[in-house]
Design a protein around this ligand. Structure first.
Ligand SMILES: [Zn+2]
Length: 290
């Protein structure tokens, strides 16, 4: 457990990092709620990061609406939000550092040339004659990455054989999620990641990248995803509806129950969060002095 720092706050720093390709829906509220509760239960900080780097998918104005949705449900972040779209210089500088360590290489493979499964390292020792680099890959170190996930328990992955060298800059020039999330978590001093289980498989790659950059990789908790009737992850892409803010308590309780708790009788978001954070702390055995 993190030791408290003066002022009664623990050193815990968590974050919620939505991509503004749409507004929040029941699925993304689940992640917001879990990360918020975990931060509050630890008496820590909860930061907001807008992951708007994938510009073709960004919906103008969605970031503002996401903030309004969070505030309407009583979820207030503790520091100024960060927009990834304003951090290209940081990403470029970090990319350069990795390149100087000889940990990156250009890859000319097109989607059609890549077989399903791990990248086979086709371009690792230089591009085939006459070919141009399209994307940039990180050289996965041999060996197994181990980590402990607070929801799923001990995890391991041999990135080099199971994933292969992975992309840090895409063929369309966009920084890859795996790179920027590690840079941002390091830069913002994040100690604890709480996010959806679809990212559990990315964790070993991110831990490896973090080590190369001298960043302490945060502790992780990957919460279950909310699925639609067809068993697919609820997302903007499959038309999840926006949150019902006119009925805040049912909206909050629906997410709370999806996290495995019993609906709370509280009649205001403030009271809801008080009770919910106590129950969260008990369930995950979080004890804080603050
Ligand atoms: Zn290649």
């Amino acid at each position: 457990m993190a030791l408290p720092v003066p002022g009664g706050k623990s050193s815990y720093r968590g974050r919620f990092a939505p991509s503004p390709s749409g507004v929040l829906h029941d699925g993304s509220l689940l992640t917001a709620m879990a990360s918020f509760l975990d931060a509050r239960a630890h008496k820590g900080q909860w930061l907001l990061r807008i992951e708007d780097i994938d510009t073709p998918r960004v919906v103008p104005g969605a970031d503002r609406i996401i903030m309004q949705q969070l505030q309407a449900l009583g979820m207030q972040w503790d520091e100024s939000p960060v927009w990834q779209s304003q951090r290209h210089a940081l990403y470029q500088a970090t990319f350069n550092r990795l390149a100087e360590q000889n940990l990156l290489y250009g890859c000319a493979c097109t989607r059609q040339e890549l077989s399903w499964g791990p990248y086979q390292g086709t371009c690792r020792n230089g591009l085939p004659a006459g070919r141009q680099a399209r994307a940039w890959r990180f050289k996965a170190a041999p060996g197994t990455e181990y980590f402990h996930d607070r929801w799923h328990g001990p995890q391991q992955q041999d990135v080099a054989t199971e994933v292969g060298d992975f992309i840090v800059k895409r063929a369309d020039g966009v920084w890859a999620y795996q790179l920027v999330v590690v840079i941002d978590d390091g830069d913002q001093g994040i100690t604890d990641i709480v996010r959806g289980a679809d990212l559990l498989d990315s964790t070993a790659r991110q831990q490896m990248l973090a080590r190369s950059l001298g960043i302490d990789y945060p502790s992780t908790m990957h919460i279950p995803l909310l699925l639609d009737q067809a068993g697919r992850k609820l997302s903007k892409q499959n038309h999840a509806v926006a949150l019902d803010l006119a009925h805040a308590m049912p909206t909050l309780n629906k997410a709370w129950q999806a996290l495995g708790f019993l609906a709370l009788p509280e009649t205001s978001p403030y009271a809801f969060w008080q009770t919910a954070q106590e129950q969260w702390a008990r369930r995950f055995n979080i004890r804080c002095l603050a």
